[in-house]
Design a protein around this ligand. Structure first.
Ligand code: SF4
Length: 308
């Protein structure tokens, strides 16, 4: 099988920083126990499970906000994830006397700063992002006046009758395809709006590598279904190259039926995917032969201790 290893792929600086913070707390016994992460430190279940083996408790309840989840923590150390955290949650951690560390990525902090500055300057803020994702949750907590847009329908229904200038920004891990269509609707309604493209560089360069790739029969994106940037890589593959793209968590998710009719496959991975997981996928595909049953076994040999 011809395998194209797309680069760059894998861990970004924000993920590396977040993982380093959790590892530091695990190692340093002076941090009060238990150790909690409010959400998943980065969106990858394998990483969450690997940290669990060191006693790290990830509180991740889909129907609860960070502000609700922190009420469940009575003692110990709490780590806020790379996706950002609201001032309200930080205040609550202080009130509860918890030790806390903030792993918010600097690219996410940049958006928080821009939104706060524009609010102070009298702008109406429109924020484009995903429903039920922690990054918008923290941004929207900055002010109830921020208008949240998740799709074209929201943009069409958006109605602003104040006379304020309009500032539009976005979640860091979207794709240009998500933003283009929404922005075009908004620009038609509000031609004077100011748009600040805040897709982070790590997301952009990984998406660009997908857009620039040579023609292949299939693309596999190694990443977690919860990972926004991983999902976007798959959709960029389909939209830009028309290539069938599947999101897989690891080699175990590969379906032999995908591989039998094809001769070439490209592989990339989300910014929160452990390198060892992607490398196992690439090695498997390289040795795969549709005519040799012995090359078909795609069970993973990686253990949780290999992940971190
Ligand atoms: S994907 Fe971008 S915003 Fe998210 S952690 Fe990585 S660098 Fe930061």
């Amino acid at each position: 099988m011809k395998v194209i290893d797309l680069t760059p792929r894998g861990y970004c600086h924000g993920v590396k920083n977040a993982l380093a913070i959790v590892k530091k707390v695990v190692k340093d016994q002076s941090y009060p126990r238990p150790i909690y992460v409010l959400g998943q430190i980065v969106h990858n279940e394998k990483i969450t499970k690997a940290f669990e083996t060191f006693g790290v408790i990830s509180l991740d309840q889909k129907d609860k906000t960070r502000l609700e989840m922190i009420e469940e923590i009575q003692e110990g150390t709490v780590i806020f994830t790379a996706h950002g955290i609201s001032n309200q949650v930080i205040s609550r951690a202080k009130e509860k006397g918890l030790t806390f560390l903030n792993a918010t990525c600097r690219d996410v902090l940049k958006v928080h700063k821009a939104v706060k500055e524009k609010l102070l300057s009298g702008y109406q803020i429109i924020y484009i992002g995903h429903q039920d994702h922690p990054e918008p949750e923290a941004i929207l907590a900055i002010s109830p006046d921020i208008i949240f847009i998740t799709n074209e329908k929201d943009a069409l229904l958006c109605h602003i009758d104040n006379q304020k200038p309009i500032f539009v920004t976005n979640q860091t891990t979207l794709s240009i395809y998500d933003i283009e269509s929404i922005l075009s609707i908004l620009r038609t309604k509000y031609p004077d709006l100011i748009f600040d493209d805040d897709i982070c560089d790590a997301t952009k360069v990984r998406q660009q590598a997908v857009m620039d790739q040579e023609k292949v029969d299939l693309m596999l994106v190694v990443g977690d279904p919860m990972s926004s940037n991983s999902n976007k890589l798959a959709s960029v593959g389909t939209k830009s190259k028309g290539v069938t793209s599947y999101l897989i968590q690891g080699v175990e998710d590969i379906q032999i039926e995908w591989l039998k009719p094809i001769d070439s496959v490209s592989v990339t991975s989300g910014a929160s995917t452990p390198t060892v997981v992607t490398e196992e996928v690439i090695s498997y595909l390289k040795q795969f032969s549709k005519n040799d049953l012995k090359t078909w076994d795609h069970s993973s040999k990686i253990s949780l201790s290999d992940i971190l």
